[in-house]
Ligand binder design. Structure first.
Ligand code: GDP
Ligand code: ZN
Length: 338
């Protein structure tokens, strides 16, 4: 397999015309505006043409580069086949966190994290983005029998253990030579799976070291990693945040409950023990599954948690922005002797 093929280069990139010294490359990392790409000849830091600054390429993007000394200049971005994005805090244009992901493993462990309806939502979001999706049931060595978990799902799944290696071949077969990403709650074992797929402890160390073709170590973080048997895995911090936040809408996931809720006495009814709650009444009459309302409450709680976390993040970002502005004003005052 050629280097470009192992990076996932495929026919979808129709617009490429060979125009040496230009060559195709794939974006493998981005850190505060600093991009790294990989061309057929190896990894390289990349500069951006000015016209790309507003909408810079992201990890997974195919780009056209021109060698400039020991770096490359990204001339343009090739069309994207898929985009994974997350909404920004407080709305606005969604942020693209990765491009050209072919397939997504939605990882869940077979314990408190296991929530079929939440998984369905993840699958819908991922498929809506044009990616193939598969549920990955992790830490199989922790349960006596994964059977009930598999049958609880209406979608096919793959049962794996990063620790014993169970199911890892099936996961590799599914990925093939494609570009994969793993989504799922923190702690479900994504890093361990990535390390198992790579056959190296890459993802636990925090700082990632990468050995290029010449055996040199670079300490640059690589968010797109080549898998030994072919295929790539994308794992960027942004990707990890493509969680429930801003994506899930309990009223959409639980349309039956939302419909009943319009008949509750109180408009802001939480369907816990309020008088005149049409949802509870439906449960009492046996028309609504008790498990479904539990799942609904769980989703609402998870979303509230995510939202608080995002609010906190937004607040500290705002504080930082204000501190910057105040400093700038102080500097200006000092400079002008006000
Ligand atoms: P992440 O947050 O999704 O990346 O999860 P990690 O890969 O960091 O794993 C979280 C915890 O689960 C760690 O303590 C791992 O050792 C443990 N873990 C991950 N995979 C397995 C597995 O296959 N079996 C068992 N028993 N534990 C696992
Ligand atoms: Zn109610």
């Amino acid at each position: 397999m050629s280097t470009l093929e192992s990076l996932g280069w495929s026919d979808f990139v129709q617009t490429w015309t060979d125009g040496s010294p230009l060559e195709p490359a794939r974006v493998v990392s981005q850190q505060r505006g600093l991009l790294h790409v990989r061309t057929a000849s190896g990894p390289s830091p990349a500069l951006l043409r000015g016209n790309l600054l507003d909408d810079p390429p992201v990890v997974g993007d195919w780009v056209v580069v021109r060698p400039v000394g020991d770096q490359v200049l990204i001339e343009r971005r090739l069309p994207r086949r898929t985009v994974i994005q997350r909404r920004r805090v407080g709305g606005g244009v969604p942020q693209v966190v990765a491009a050209n992901v072919d397939c997504v493993g939605v990882v869940t462990s077979m314990d408190v994290d296991f929530n079929p309806r939440r998984l369905e939502r993840y699958l819908a979001v991922v498929r809506g983005a044009g990616c193939e999706a598969r549920i990955v049931l992790s830490k199989a060595d922790r349960v006596d029998d994964p059977g009930p978990f598999v049958t609880a799902l209406s979608d096919p799944s793959v049962v794996v253990s990063a620790h014993t290696g169970l199911g890892m071949d099936a996961l590799r077969d599914w990925i093939g030579t494609r570009t994969v990403a793993l989504l799922g709650s923190s702690g479900v074992g994504k890093s361990s799976l990535i390390n198992a797929l790579l056959g190296a402890e890459v993802r636990d160390t925090g700082a990632v070291s990468d050995t290029d073709g010449r055996g040199q170590h670079t300490t640059t973080s690589r968010d797109l990693l080549l898998l030994p048997g072919g295929g790539c895995i994308i794992d960027t911090p942004g990707m990890r945040e493509v969680g429930l936040s801003g994506e899930a809408d309990p009223d959409e996931a639980f349309a039956d409950i939302a419909a009943l809720a319009t008949s509750c006495t109180y408009r802001d009814c939480e369907h816990l023990s309020e008088p005149g709650c049409a949802v509870r009444e439906a449960v009492d009459r046996g028309e609504l599954d008790e498990a479904r309302i539990h799942a609904y409450h769980k989703l609402v709680r998870e979303l509230a948690f995510e939202r608080r976390r995002e609010d906190k993040r937004a607040m500290s970002e705002q504080k930082r922005q204000w501190a910057k502005k105040i400093k700038a004003v102080q500097r200006m005052k000092r400079d002008r002797g006000w």
